[in-house]
Design a protein around this ligand. Structure first.
Ligand code: ARG
Length: 587
């Protein structure tokens, strides 16, 4: 066996890219950082063996060595011919305008596996490429359902997308504050206040707050349509609430607290938490302050009908109403107040709002008003919009509560599992089914561009083959079950010559791209890059698992393969967690 630790001292800090860069930098006379930026790991090809890295000659030599007489391919060939193989690089070539590098196989195997063992959950996150990104404090505002109203699929999407963005930011070292900005103010509370005295039940409220409040809301809405008195009593209740009248406020607080407790339970099922439960109600009074600020800047126009508007015509060619004729605030005003509050409280480096695309103009308006108010933080605010989902129904009918979706995913998955014999021995099948079901929902949702609308299909999402969350969970569980085969678990001592098979090499090559994919996700927050990457890893791992049996191999081979699979399973688990999936170890 090779004494690993010794070799490590030699090679540990020597990143492959660094080595490719060194010679190139000398020859073309550019700083190594510049050269490094033009080098990428080569995506693994299913059919043929690929080199490990490629240097894009065009992006590197464009201005400096502009030579119209040569094609890019010729430039690549010329450069390649001047480079020499060494202790790290075993082959240099030129392919479609890039210089290609192949690292010595032993070194590739050893370095990647060692890195995973050493970095564990931080594998692929401590790299040069990612260290160049500025770090800081990130607020992610997501989920943000409306109390007593439907938790629609848009809220589900916001919940899982926001959680993934928060995880991603945290993974690269940002301080992350997750905020849930509840729709906890407005006319619905006037109606609820009135409705509760008519249709409400304390017991039902305690037993099932979200559903009960929703039912009361639906009933009082119907009743109020027919009954003028109910409508005015709802307005009356809202006035009392707005005026801070103790009894009204206490009822409202009660509704809000019970709802939050209930939501927190459901988020927990998804492994999601929030640092802050905020809400529109917090910004009722502060909105008045915002209006004053707008007035002071001379940008609040009082209209004849009594409303107040802000002129956003420069840039957005519109006027935005920020105050009603009765002096009460609007959704936008409360959002301005909330943003200013967060600037003061957190002095964040970036703030990301996650909602469906119907709110795109709302956020444009919000950021513009912040800019008009002279808030330099306005340029640090971003909106991540997403498209609509059609067809997500449960057996009960349309989705009304998040809980229904999770229950449905769990029930369906339990049925699928019961049909396969392997799942019979599970300790807590419902818990396992829940995690697999959630994975299925997340993967289905993250597969395409966020902005696209898509049609949800339970059967497709819950398939165990193809690019689904179920497939990922199976793959993870399969690799995890190899744990039982270790004789003595030693993650540093293995024979490299036992891991020369193509299926190992292509899996390791795929792992070389980890940080590049993370970087791509950070650029526009699209989870599909990571999902694609993860599916690729899953498929490669399965091919290797079929090709490289552990049982029946000599103990030296078994040890090497176990170490390899153990490491792949760790990376799979890390990446699934980034997406918000809880990996299962048995299914
Ligand atoms: N509660 C809102 C809705 O359901 C979403 C809130 C989004 N966040 C915000 N700061 N406006 O439509």
């Amino acid at each position: 066996m090779v004494p690993l630790t010794f070799l490590w001292i030699t090679f540990y800090s020597l990143h492959f890219i660094g080595q490719c860069t060194l010679q190139v930098s000398r020859i073309v006379g550019l700083p190594s950082e510049t050269v490094a930026q033009s080098i990428r790991a080569v995506p693994v090809h299913r059919k043929h063996e690929s080199p490990d890295f490629q240097l894009f000659v065009n992006s590197l030599l464009d201005d400096i060595h502009a030579d119209a007489n040569f094609t890019v391919q010729e430039k690549a060939q010329k450069l390649a011919s001047k480079l020499n193989c060494d202790t790290v690089i075993s082959e240099i070539g030129a392919d479609r305008g890039s210089v290609t590098f192949k690292v010595h196989r032993d070194l590739l195997i050893k370095t990647v596996l060692h890195k995973i063992t050493q970095d564990g959950p931080r594998f692929g996150l401590n790299t040069d490429l990612l260290s160049r990104i500025p770090k800081g404090k990130t607020i992610v505002e997501f989920s943000s359902p409306n109390i007593a109203k439907k938790f629609h699929v848009g809220h589900l999407r916001s919940t899982i997308i926001g959680n993934y963005i928060a995880n991603l930011k945290e993974a690269i070292g940002n301080e992350v504050i997750r905020i849930n900005y509840l729709g906890d103010w407005g006319l619905q509370f006037g109606l609820l206040g009135t409705g509760f005295s008519k249709f409400g039940s304390e017991k039902e409220l305690r037993d099932n707050p979200l559903e009960h409040l929703f039912n009361v809301y639906v009933k009082i809405n119907e009743a109020a349509e027919q009954d003028e008195n109910l409508r005015s009593s709802a307005m009356e209740f809202l006035k009392r609430l707005e005026g801070g009248e103790a009894q009204a406020v206490s009822l409202w607080t009660h509704f809000r607290e019970l709802s939050i407790q209930e939501y927190a339970k459901i988020y927990k099922r998804l492994g999601i938490h929030f640092e802050e439960y905020s809400g529109e109600s917090f910004y009722r009074e502060k909105s008045q302050h915002v209006l004053q600020m707008l007035r002071n800047r001379g940008v609040l126009k009082e209209m004849e009908n009594g409303t107040g508007v802000v002129d956003l015509s420069e840039g957005l060619s519109t006027y935005k109403t920020v105050v009603r004729s009765d002096g009460t605030s609007l959704y936008i005003t409360r959002d301005v107040a909330a943003a200013i509050d967060r600037i003061e409280k957190y002095d964040f480096d970036e703030m990301i709002y996650v909602t469906d695309k119907s709110q795109q103009t709302h956020f444009q308006h919000l950021f513009k008003i912040l800019q008009i108010l002279g808030e330099k933080h306005s340029i640090r605010c971003h909106h991540v919009p997403f498209g609509r989902v059609q067809g997500m129904k449960t057996r009960k009918g349309d989705v009304i509560f998040l809980e229904d979706v999770l229950d449905e995913a769990r029930t369906r998955m339990l049925q699928n599992m019961a049909a396969t014999s392997t799942s019979k021995h599970l300790e807590d099948p419902a818990r396992t089914a829940e995690k697999i079901g959630a994975a299925a929902l997340i993967v289905q949702d993250f597969k395409g561009p966020l902005m696209s609308d898509y049609h949800f299909d339970w059967d497709r999402a819950l398939q165990s083959f193809g690019d689904t969350g179920v497939f990922l969970q199976y793959t993870h569980a399969r690799l995890h079950s190899l744990q039982g085969l270790w004789e003595t678990k030693d993650l540093t001592d293995f024979n490299i010559s036992c891991l020369q098979e193509p299926s190992v090499i292509s899996t390791l090559q795929h792992l070389l791209r980890y940080d590049e994919v993370i970087l791509q996700c950070l650029d526009d927050y699209q989870p599909r890059y990571l999902v694609n990457y993860l599916m690729g890893l899953g498929h490669l791992a399965n091919v290797a698992h079929r090709a490289l049996p552990v049982k029946g191999s000599t103990s030296e081979v078994a040890q090497a393969r176990l170490l390899f699979f153990n490491n792949v399973q760790m990376v799979l688990a890390n990446t699934m967690k980034l997406l918000g999936i809880t990996p299962v170890t048995n299914m």
